[in-house]
Design a protein around this ligand. Sequence first.
Ligand code: ADE
Length: 226
Amino acid sequence: MRIDIISVLPELLESPLGHSIIKRAQTKGLVVINLHHLRDYSNDKHRTVDDYAFGPDAGMVLKVEPIFKAMSKLKEECEYDEVIYTSPDGEPLTQKLCNHLSTKKNILILCGHYKGVDHRVREHLVTREISIGDYVLSGGELAAAVIVDSIVRLVPGVLSDETSALTDSFQDDLLAPPVYTRPAEFNGWKVPEILLSGNFGEIAKWQEEQAYQRTKLLRPDLLKDE
Ligand code: ADE
């Protein structure tokens, strides 16, 4: 998988994408992530990428030309399956959408910033707009990091069997069951007896029931199709 990210603050993405599982995915050659500075595609000597919005509202808007130039250059290198724009008014990022995106070969992400982006970018250059939640971040970089993290870990070979994504919360519309490790008793707080029994069949049944009960208690909306 190849992921290109266009941003006015690519430094913000370096750390979240440069550690742990996402770093390993890149080292193993399973994913290539390229960060691109939008200012490198500006046409003027001040490397301007934004301008005042038309109309009475205050705030700077990302200009269409540098974005078009950056995307055109990148599109010469590969064909993108998705061109994503990060925005609080986009479609909500769900595990289902992550699963879908993780099957793609080439993804381009444009990080929103300031007041937004010239709407012509959204009308003509973007194939999908994604929100990571109903709140407003100061820029799209953190949203892009969340999107990349949540899809890269699903790319085959990225997670070992031990950390398999199949047992994640949401993978079957249920929250994950609780997990414990040694010691079996600490401070008088005991690990549920069943987990020490060695009976994998019964343990699996207990985990299923726990997942269901936790979902019913904490996220009943996930069970609404029952
Ligand atoms: N940019 C600002 N807020 C955002 C959000 N909630 N999701 C995606 N991009 C954003």
